[in-house]
Write a protein that binds this ligand. Structure first.
Ligand code: TXA
Ligand code: MG
Length: 348
């Protein structure tokens, strides 16, 4: 399949939305930027269109998709009820990086969108291109991140092209995404809402609006069947294995030296502060200041992907503090590393 590429400018904006929306309405899959990561969209009411997403991504069919809308009023079309907590969250955080799970109204959406569940994840993105395209298309759009399944999510049109060129009908390029990590997923079908995936809106921000929530990520860390089905799969991983190194500068340096002595080519993924202190190989990538987790989130996927274009055989990464979006950063890094740590305390 030839993938049509658009680069959004002020001059061609409307024309691009019209062309891309036409493909979506015709049941094709089209990728577009959101404020979190790029998504690959298809008509959420059309089962064959949605099947093209799973196919292009190589995604397991038991992992449901998020439905994207341009206007809050669209939610009523496909959910039975909006609990008061959910209403407050929509008011506060939409448009924005928060996906809310609500009870599904039967027979309105294609069944493969929700992978047979009786709930549906909904989000209104805060990105002019996403909102423009959704508004012109006029239909709810199912959209997972626009990466091949298992790879880091795409934060630029180039990343999408790398993974999906030839597999989908079109890609709308709209620059780098702002947040750099996916939306927070919160289940509001429960009496006490539960965060199923940490993301762009932090637990602290959510609790300031609706009070205490359950945090699956924290309390049920390595459980077998997490409630967001997607969380059980290996994720966000570059080709080389990732290991988190917990310790001081000297310890980190020693791990690099030992691995290189053993013939590994070590990629290093750390804060700018640590990058300045390490005498490491040329494959050191700074993610930004560790005091600003937003910077780390913004650069994380791009830098993880970067290593796929280098000869590194092993990636050593720094763990970050789980405050604010730092929680989501560590969730993704943990998964990229498959939970693999080397800890200084264990050695002593
Ligand atoms: O920021 C984002 O959320 C991006 C952009 C494109 O909007 N999308 C995204 O979609 O990250 P995806 O498919 O990569 O991740 C969706 C997550 C998965 O972990 C999935 O299992 C969970 O949301 N999910 C979707 N619907 C669900 C439901 N009804 N119940 C529980 N979990 C659900
Ligand atoms: Mg994804």
């Amino acid at each position: 399949m030839k993938t049509k590429i658009w680069h959004i400018t002020k001059e061609n904006e409307i024309q691009t939305y019209l062309e891309a929306a036409k493909l979506l309405q015709a049941g094709e899959a089209v990728a577009f930027p959101t404020e979190t990561v790029y998504g690959i969209g298809a008509d959420a009411t059309n089962e064959q269109a949605v099947a093209k997403i799973y196919e292009a991504k190589g995604r397991p069919s038991d992992n449901p998709l998020i439905v994207h809308i341009a206007d809050q009023s669209q939610v009523h079309e496909f959910v039975t009820k909006i609990p008061s907590n959910a209403k407050k969250l929509m008011q506060e955080f939409w448009p924005g990086p928060l996906t809310i799970i609500l009870p599904l109204r039967p027979d309105r959406l294609a069944r493969n969108v929700t992978a047979g569940l009786d709930s549906v994840g909904v989000r209104m993105p805060e990105h002019p291109v996403a909102l423009g395209l959704l508004a012109v298309a006029g239909i709810p759009i199912a959209a997972p991140s626009a990466n091949r399944s298992g790879k880091p999510s795409p934060t630029s049109g180039e990343h999408v092209e790398e993974d999906l060129s030839g597999r989908i009908a079109g890609i709308v390029f709209g620059g780098k995404t702002g947040v750099g990590l996916e939306s927070t997923v919160i289940d509001c079908t429960l009496e006490t809402p539960a965060i199923l995936r940490p993301g762009g809106v932090s637990q602290e921000q959510i609790e300031a609006v609706i009070g205490p929530v359950i945090s699956e990520g924290k309390e049920v860390a390595q459980q077998e069947a997490p409630k967001a089905p997607g969380m059980k799969y290996t994720h966000y991983a570059p080709k080389a294995p990732v290991v988190l190194i917990e310790g001081d500068v000297a310890f980190f340096q020693e791990q690099i030296d030992v691995a290189e002595h053993q013939g590994e080519t070590v990629g290093v993924l750390v804060s700018d502060e640590l990058a300045r202190k390490l005498k490491a190989s040329k494959y050191v990538r700074g993610l930004g200041s560790r005091d600003y987790p937003e910077q780390i989130a913004y650069h994380l996927y791009d830098q993880l992907r970067h290593f796929d274009h280098t000869p590194v055989t092993l990636i050593y990464a720094e763990p970050f503090v789980k405050i604010g979006i730092g929680e989501a950063v560590m969730n993704r890094l943990d998964k990229a590393a498959g939970g693999h740590y080397i800890r200084q305390s264990e050695e002593n």
